[in-house]
Structure formats: structure tokens, C-alpha cells
Design a protein around this ligand. Structure first.
Ligand SMILES: C[S@@+](CC[C@H](N)C(=O)[O-])C[C@H]1O[C@@H](n2cnc3c(N)ncnc32)[C@H](O)[C@@H]1O
Length: 222
């Protein structure tokens, strides 16, 4: 069994932010948006929260997919937010995507504030992600959609090597190493399910959705 090996929580070096953004995540991001739209449907006039927004590629893809979406992106890393603001300005979406610096484990917004809460690929950064998952649930409005996705830790080193080879063989070495470290820092499906069950929510809402991702979807009852 592969043990969980943590990587640093916040991506707060400017070159780290640039290196991450230079990697091509477009296919994964578009799949995220398609999956979100399939559960949530069109925008309802409220605001979406993207937790750990990084360079804001997911909010940009969401807003391009539906002209009614507006997104608040939060991240703890100042340099990542600087990059996110530049990317959003380049995409001419500054009127629909805004940002706040904040910690996913303790966000300064009232209960039920957001039409939807989404989060892509941040849970593995957080040593104990349970409080972050609880915050995402707290902030979701009645009838709202939660979609949280992250990498899933492989069973053993052989599987880890296979995934790195399959998905990052053509990336520059730093990017390949980042992918390997992220897989190593990730939670297994059963670990996420245990955290979701501890929140009193259905653990079967968390599923493996690719050879390297788990996804948690939940709709708050109205
Ligand atoms: C791998 S990046 C993913 C960025 C983006 N969601 C995406 O899909 O491209 C993880 C991001 O989570 C942020 N992060 C890590 N821990 C955080 C926390 N406790 N609160 C807010 N952001 C956090 C990091 O700074 C980084 O920008």
C-alpha cells in the first residue's frame, strides 16, 4: 500500500505558479466543466465559489460555457491570485470572475452563500482536508451543487509509475515530478468517503471518475 506523502500546501512561489499554469490542463478542465453542467444545469443568477482557484483556468472555462455564470475564486497563494487576475483580464472576464485570498479550511462567508461550490485538484495539498470539505458544504445554498475533484492515490509504486508514464511522459521534468508528488500526496477513494460520511453525507457520492481522479458530487436539498 502506497503511504500518503504530503507536498507543500500553498503554491506561493511565483515560479511555481507559472510552472503549474504552463502545464496543459485544458482537457481535464473541460471535462470538469462538462461534468458540472451535467449536474447543475445552467446558471441561476447566483455566484459560484471555486476553492483553490489557482490560475483560474476552471472559472474561465465555466464562464465561457455559460454566460450566466459568475465566479468568486479563492486561494491562499498571493502569486497564484496575481496570475489568476492576469489570465482573467486576458480572457476579458474580469466583470464576471473576482478573487479573494482565503484559506479553504476557514472562509469568511455566511452559510449557504453560493449557488454552487467547486474545487479542482486542491484537496491533496491540505494535510487534513476534512475542515475544507466541511466549509464547502457549509457555504452551499439550498438546491446548490457541490463538485469536488482531485487526484486519487495509486495502490502502489508500480501503478504510480504507470500513471506518470501515461499522463506526463512528454512534460518537462519539473512538471512530471510535480504530477508524481501530487499523486503521492493524494487521498484514496476510501479515505475521502470516510471524511464525507463523517459530515453526515452519502459516501457513495464520491466515485472514481478516471484512472487518476475521484469526484464528489452532492446537491443540497431545497
Ligand atoms: C494544483 S493547484 C489547482 C488549481 C486549480 N484549482 C486548477 O484546477 O487549476 C492547487 C491550488 O490550491 C491552493 N491551495 C492549497 N491549499 C489551500 C488552502 N488551504 N486554501 C486555499 N487554497 C489552497 C494552492 O495555492 C494552489 O493554487
Amino acid at each position: 500500500m502506497l503511504p500518503r506523502v504530503l507536498e507543500s500546501e500553498v503554491m506561493d512561489r511565483p515560479e511555481e505558479a507559472r510552472e503549474y499554469d504552463a502545464m496543459d490542463h485544458s482537457a481535464v478542465n473541460l471535462r470538469f466543466v462538462d461534468d458540472f453542467l451535467a449536474v447543475h444545469g445552467p446558471g441561476r443568477g447566483g455566484e459560484l465559489l471555486d476553492v483553490g482557484t489557482g490560475p483560474a483556468r476552471v472559472p474561465i472555462a465555466l464562464c465561457r460555457a455559460d454566460r450566466h455564470f459568475r465566479v468568486l475564486g479563492v486561494d491562499l497563494a498571493g502569486p497564484m491570485l496575481d496570475l489568476a487576475r492576469r489570465n482573467v483580464a486576458d480572457a476579458e472576464l474580469s466583470d464576471r470572475i473576482r478573487f479573494a485570498r482565503g484559506d479553504a479550511k476557514n472562509l469568511p462567508f455566511p452559510d449557504g452563500r453560493f449557488e454552487a461550490v467547486v474545487s479542482n485538484t486542491i484537496i491533496h495539498h491540505i494535510p487534513d482536508p476534512a475542515p475544507a470539505l466541511a466549509e464547502m458544504v457549509r457555504l452551499l445554498a439550498p438546491g446548490g451543487t457541490l463538485l469536488v475533484r482531485d487526484l486519487a492515490r495509486p495502490a502502489d509504486v508500480e501503478e504510480l509509475d504507470k500513471l506518470v508514464q501515461l499522463h506526463a511522459a512528454n512534460e518537462p521534468i519539473p512538471a512530471r515530478n510535480l504530477f508524481r508528488d501530487s499523486l503521492h500526496a493524494s487521498l484514496r477513494l476510501d479515505e475521502v468517503r470516510t471524511m464525507v460520511a463523517a459530515l453526515g453525507l452519502p459516501a457513495e457520492g464520491v466515485n472514481l471518475t478516471s484512472d487518476r481522479h475521484w469526484t464528489w458530487t452532492w446537491s443540497r436539498p431545497t
